[in-house]
Design a protein around this ligand. Structure first.
Ligand SMILES: Cc1cc2nc3c(=O)[nH]c(=O)nc-3n(C[C@H](O)[C@H](O)[C@H](O)COP(=O)(O)OP(=O)(O)OC[C@H]3O[C@@H](n4cnc5c(N)ncnc54)[C@H](O)[C@@H]3O)c2cc1C
Length: 460
């Protein structure tokens, strides 16, 4: 699966393709968001007062953003393989904030009214009536506005709410669906621009696409998972509070993935269960078992060691863009902290199997030696000259002669200057503060964005 670059693909062309891919995704998303606004502008007659036009534009843009944000959370590999799942989810959140500003704050308050002060409050029925809204359009608009407020607050305050992640996620999807349905009614009944059939059809099509995205995640994808079950083949402690979990396919050929990718695992539930968690694949493609390294972090992972061998598991994936395959860079430097080494292990294990492996450097930070994963394997590779292995310990044991402290700017500058100037690829995975420090250090070394891949283990 790890094919060498074809003779036709020169490093320059491959680098250009990578850059193009990075630009194409934001450009396409911007076009998609602007589509209804463009249709309204192109299809409907004379302009109204500027404040009304601004309010209408906020509505068009905000509703389009709301509907496209469903697609961004739909785990479509067409999108997330190019953007990376964490960036896809970051965009989902950013668009959510934009929706809130446009639809909660601007759209209902900007209209100018004939009778008195310019601002209309959506709960001011007498004045909203003077906007020419029919009774039901008013009801759907107000309900959508209130539910969108609730959706926004519960999304922004997710970590403070006393609900499990799965319950929050189900409520988030249902609330968003209700806002989309009410928004569609309001847009079709009250929207001046929706009188244009093209725009009315665009709204109906986009709302259907939003609903389908939810249906895909909640029903169609689980149906596909049910036909490809896995079983827990092994589960053993790998380091302090970290477990190695191995899965075997049951009655199918397994999963085709690229090293560095991750999956959503359902372990203690059926294929339709809501409890699922993302984990990076630590094994290389071609191994009989899929292997994962799972750190005890919260209620689900704390119980992982108690799962019985032989239990059913379901694997949704592969996802993610932490992929070095097909990249033109002459070497790879990994900067990893803690269990963030999991995707790097898959990449390293695959790279050493290639006919002409690229040189590799691994800076691997941990607090103490008991937390290091795959230490013997990495030391063996280092002894064989396949990998420059630099473990870094915050609390080193007596007699430790390796690097100490944090994976900070000074250490990265000292250890990575050569790789940076040689045009290597940098792969980052670890806790957010480490990722931020590593990015700053790499920027200072002159490493361009296009040569940095990063996976965050949280969408927060
Ligand atoms: C792309 C990716 C790859 C990951 N790879 C690994 C790995 O190889 N090894 C590893 O130990 N950890 C990995 N994680 C982190 C792992 O998913 C979380 O630690 C785990 O889901 C926590 O679940 P919990 O119920 O035990 O803890 P909780 O306390 O419930 O969750 C802790 C945090 O994890 C996140 N989280 C929880 N459930 C989910 C979910 N279903 N989907 C998305 N995020 C969720 C939330 O941000 C939450 O605040 C990865 C995360 C991501 C996003």
């Amino acid at each position: 699966m790890f094919a060498p670059p074809s003779p036709a693909s020169t490093p320059a062309r491959a680098a250009f393709a990578v850059r193009l891919g990075r630009l194409a995704a934001p450009a396409l998303l911007a076009l998609a968001l602007l589509l209804p606004l463009g249709l309204g502008w192109a299809l409907v007659g004379p302009a109204r007062p500027w404040r009304d036009e601004l309010a209408g534009a906020a509505g068009l843009l905000g509703f389009a953003a709301l509907l496209w944000s469903f697609v961004l959370s739909g785990r479509f590999r067409l999108i997330s393989d190019r953007l990376g799942m964490d960036r896809t989810m970051r965009w989902h959140r950013a668009i959510g904030v934009a929706v809130a500003v446009l639809l909660l704050l601007l759209h209902p308050f900007l209209y100018s009214l004939p009778d008195g002060p310019a601002f209309a409050r959506p709960d001011d029925l007498r004045r909203a009536g003077s906007l020419g809204l029919s009774g039901w359009a008013l009801v759907s608009g107000m309900l959508a506005w209130l539910l969108l407020g609730l959706l926004t607050v519960t999304a922004l305050a997710r970590d403070m709410l006393p609900f499990r992640y799965e319950a929050w996620r189900a409520a988030h999807g249902l609330l968003a669906l209700a806002v989309a349905g009410l928004g569609l009614h309001h847009a079709l009944e009250a929207g001046r621009y929706s009188v244009a059939p093209a725009l009315a059809w665009a709204w109906a099509g986009l709302t259907a696409l939003a609903g389908l995205s939810l249906l895909w995640v909640w029903l169609l994808r689980p149906l596909a998972l049910a036909r490809r079950p896995w079983r827990i083949a092994a589960l053993a402690p790998a380091a302090e509070r970290i477990w190695e979990l191995a899965l075997e396919p049951v009655g199918h050929a397994g999963l085709r993935f690229k090293p560095g990718q991750f999956v959503w695992l359902k372990l203690d539930t059926g294929p339709f269960g809501r409890r699922e968690h993302p984990f990076s694949i630590a094994s290389a493609p071609g191994e009989a078992r899929l292997r994962f390294l799972v750190k005890e972090a919260g209620d689900f992972t704390a119980r992982i060691g108690a799962l019985p061998i032989g239990a059913r598991a379901y694997v949704d994936g592969p996802h993610g863009a932490l992929v070095a395959e097909g990249r033109p860079e002459p070497g790879i430097a990994f900067l990893c902290g803690g269990v963030g080494v999991a995707p790097a292990l898959s990449l390293i294990r695959a790279e050493v199997q290639r006919p002409a492996p690229r040189p590799m450097l691994l800076l691997y930070g941990n607090r103490h030696a008991g937390q290091m994963l795959a230490r013997e394997e990495l030391e063996r590779l280092a002894a064989a000259g396949r990998l420059e292995f630099v473990p870094v310990l915050g609390e080193p044991p007596p007699g430790w002669t390796g690097e100490t402290g944090q994976l900070d700017a000074a250490l990265i500058a000292r250890r990575c200057a050569g790789a940076a100037s040689a045009g290597w690829l940098f792969v980052l995975c670890g806790p957010p503060p480490m990722l931020r420090a590593a990015r700053r250090a790499l920027r200072a070394l002159g490493v361009p964005e296009a040569r940095i891949l990063e996976e965050r283990f949280s969408y927060g």
